[in-house]
Write a protein that binds this ligand. Structure first.
Ligand SMILES: [Zn+2]
Ligand SMILES: [Zn+2]
Length: 364
């Protein structure tokens, strides 16, 4: 057992309430049995962190008290709790931010992302990782190989979403894949699908600059979506016509369609873009009730699958990064220092052109 020197500070980036974030000097935590204290070095900013700031909630997760933001982090082990044997002080680790109960039915069958008692960083009421020292279960800290940087380690979190989505879609060798949304999650879902054997990936978005990046990063083909469904019309009919246009442009139906937008018309189009017997994976979060053609789902045996975060993805992601099979580095378009966290959040909130992923680094 070891502890972090009591003279150390634990500067933390705290959401006080909706629209109000400030730095706070919090006590350095002490590791309990099976836990470690990690000196956080790199944190990716996710749309969800910014959403808690601007809305104070995501769906039924409501932020009721002060909460440290951030959940995509990596750092260096600073102290060990009792019984921790497979980590040492000084190890570089990626943090898987959700710790499940380990005892329920979902945990026991290995689908721990569905554990009802999950404690997930920066999901109320649990504090996130944008701080100097974060206490975490040693089991959810993954040692990084020498050739994987701490920044890449931080981005294993969003990569995990892509890996889990590709697994849910059961992507196979030679598959044609269609992805709605060319933000970080869409790009990483496409990258995971390609790594899993997809032969051809088409990506669609409303932003031309994102599509330009997608083409340089992973997409074989991109589609710039410009038309909006007219009001007072069945949007399923509009979606069907849009899909027909895509086929007319020379793109064939997909084995798997990933919706990384949550936008209803994209989900509706997914039904028409997928092959008979194909799969649709709902990765994005949008309106909680949406209308889709159940007749197509049924008569064409289309599988519509949900995605809740991820499970068992960190070891896979580390192997993929160490072997260079997936590239995370080129996704980082901007970097901010920890003390500039507010500027970084502002940047994401404004949705500035040319932004893919922002990483906050903490070097001192
Ligand atoms: Zn995230
Ligand atoms: Zn559980």
């Amino acid at each position: 057992m070891s502890t972090v020197s009591s003279s150390k500070k634990n500067n933390s980036f705290v959401l006080q309430k909706q629209d109000e974030i400030s730095f706070e000097d919090r006590p350095v935590p002490v590791a309990g049995p099976g836990q470690v204290i990690v000196n956080i070095k790199a944190t990716g900013i996710c749309g969800s962190d910014v959403h808690y700031w601007t809305h104070g909630r995501i769906g039924h997760f409501v932020c009721k008290g002060p909460m440290v933001l951030g959940h995509e982090s990596a750092g260096i082990v600073a102290s060990l709790g009792e019984g921790v044997t497979d980590l040492e002080v000084g190890d570089r680790v990626a943090l898987e931010p959700g710790v499940p109960c380990g005892r329920c039915e979902m945990c026991k069958i290995g689908k721990y992302n569905l554990c009802p008692d999950m404690a997930f960083a920066a999901t109320p009421p649990y504090d996130g990782t944008l701080c100097d020292f974060y206490r975490h279960s040693a089991d959810f800290c993954y040692k990084l190989p020498k050739n994987v940087s701490l920044e890449e380690g931080a981005l294993i979190e969003p990569l995990s979403v892509g890996i889990h989505a590709a697994r849910r879609g059961e992507v196979r060798l030679g598959d044609r894949v269609f992805v709605f949304g060319a933000g970080p999650v869409g790009l990483l879902t496409a990258a995971a699908a390609k790594a899993a054997g997809a032969a051809h990936v088409t990506m669609a978005d409303i932003s031309e600059s994102r599509l330009k990046f997608a083409k340089s990063y992973i997409a074989d083909e991109t589609i710039h979506m410009t038309s909006k469904p007219p009001k007072d019309v069945d949007t399923n009919e509009f979606a069907k016509a849009e899909a027909e246009k895509i086929f007319a442009s020379g793109i064939s139906p997909a084995n798997v369609v990933f919706d990384c937008t949550g936008v209803e018309v994209c989900v509706q189009m997914s039904i028409y873009l997928v092959k008979n017997n194909g799969k649709i994976v709902l990765v994005g979060m949008g309106a909680s009730v949406q209308s889709i053609s159940v007749a197509d789902v049924s008569a064409r045996e289309v599988d519509v699958r949900g995605v809740m975060r991820y499970c068992n993805t960190y070891p896979t992601a580390i192997e993929m990064l160490a072997s260079g099979k997936i590239d995370l580095k080129s996704l980082i378009t901007h970097r901010y220092k920890f003390k500039e966290s507010l500027e970084a959040f502002q940047h994401v909130k404004e949705g500035r052109e040319g932004t893919i992923k922002i990483v906050i680094t903490n070097d001192d």
